[in-house]
Design a protein around this ligand. Structure first.
Ligand code: EAX
Length: 358
């Protein structure tokens, strides 16, 4: 069924491309918006939400999408359908965001870093070592500060429904054990296509190489990169540990992915349908956080069984990373909304970088 759906979707893409090529004035955005408003009239018509993401069906992120589908379908008595395209079937994260903006699909859940390319206010999440634990991160993104930041997405034709949770990103590589930043000098490290991440890894001495998520396994196997930084769930589902077995639990970034939906599509829905979608996402977030609560501990056991070698950092070792991050904060705080960055750090109860950038 998925294959069939995909085939029709590709046909739709092809049709849109033809329309866009044949016209000098209209864009695929406007043509699909018209479709959306027709499609979503509040008269009990069926509504279909195409949702796509880049990670595998074994991840908690995918399970969360299935829960969202279940909730929306249940709460709308089957009137609103959700079709999920996982695993990068429809492209990498940047493409997923662009397709959501264009209305070719309605929803996606990109990592906050890649999404920050479309809404610069989110770049403050790209700074390292902000959140000391998940609970603090949840409080900040659920609070007024975090929710306010989502509003910035509207300028890009998107509505940020809520934050999901990818989790803490760690470092893995195939050269050897990494303890301090000295151990990654020159390491070809895959990063996301996120300017602040690239700048950070350069600053601490690595050789960052941006690749779309869909290209990471091949990049590691072919030696284009020697390592990655990612959450354990994606290291495991992507089998990255099979080609980069040394994992250091740096936890340098807490990555709150964001559930985005096409703004024109969302605004064309009745208040009741918007509420169904919003409440279903909110409940999905709780579900996802529950799924994630013991996940890293479980994945660690699994990854070790499959040959990964873990290295945790002592407080002193961890502090070498904090020290190495200070020049990055000094140089780059001025390139983002510094006041907001300070507010974020303060909301996270993290004052170690505040003095440096004030
Ligand atoms: O959002 O590219 C990445 O490493 C991300 O963590 C992934 O796309 C999920």
């Amino acid at each position: 069924m998925l294959k069939k759906g995909l085939f029709f979707l590709l046909l739709a893409f092809a049709a849109l491309t033809l329309v866009a090529c044949g016209s000098t004035t209209s864009t695929s955005t406007s043509s699909s918006n018209t479709e959306n408003s027709d499609n979503s009239a509040n008269n009990g018509d069926k509504i279909t939400i195409l949702a796509a993401h880049v990670v595998s069906t074994e991840t908690t992120q995918h399970k969360a999408f299935l829960e969202f589908e279940r909730l929306v379908e249940e709460r709308s008595n089957g009137r609103i359908e959700v079709e999920i395209y996982p695993d990068g079937q429809l492209g990498g994260e940047r493409e997923m965001i662009e397709s959501t903006q264009a209305g070719n699909i309605q929803m996606s859940s990109p990592s906050v870093g890649v999404l920050a390319n479309f809404s610069s206010a989110l770049q403050i999440f790209d700074f390292p070592f902000i959140f000391k634990d998940r609970e603090t991160a949840h409080q900040v993104v659920d609070g007024e500060f975090g929710q306010e930041l989502l509003k910035g997405l509207e300028e890009s034709g998107l509505v940020g429904l809520n934050y999901g949770e990818l989790g803490y990103r760690h470092l893995s590589n195939n050269k050897g054990e990494v303890v301090t930043p000295d151990d990654i000098k020159g390491l070809k490290l895959r990063t996301m296509e996120v300017p602040m991440h690239i700048a950070f890894w350069k600053e601490v001495g690595a050789n960052p190489t941006p690749l779309a998520f869909t290209e990471v396994f091949t990049g590691l196997s072919s030696g284009v990169v020697d390592g990655v930084e990612n959450v354990l769930g994606l290291i495991h589902s992507g089998k990255f540990h099979e080609v980069s077995k040394y994992i250091t639990t740096t936890g340098h970034i807490y990555d709150p992915e964001i559930y985005i939906i096409n703004k024109d599509f969302f605004n064309s829905l009745s208040k009741e349908d918007q509420e169904i979608i919003q409440s279903s996402i909110n409940d999905t977030v709780s579900y996802l956080r529950d799924l994630n609560s013991d996940l890293d501990a479980e994945l660690r056991v699994q990854l070790e069984k499959e040959g990964a070698i873990f290295r945790d950092l002592s407080e002193e070792e961890y502090n070498t990373w904090i020290e190495a991050s200070i020049p990055f904060y000094e140089k780059y705080a001025g390139e983002v909304d510094k006041e907001k960055l300070i507010q974020l750090l303060e909301a996270a109860g993290n004052d170690q970088f505040v003095d440096v950038i004030k």
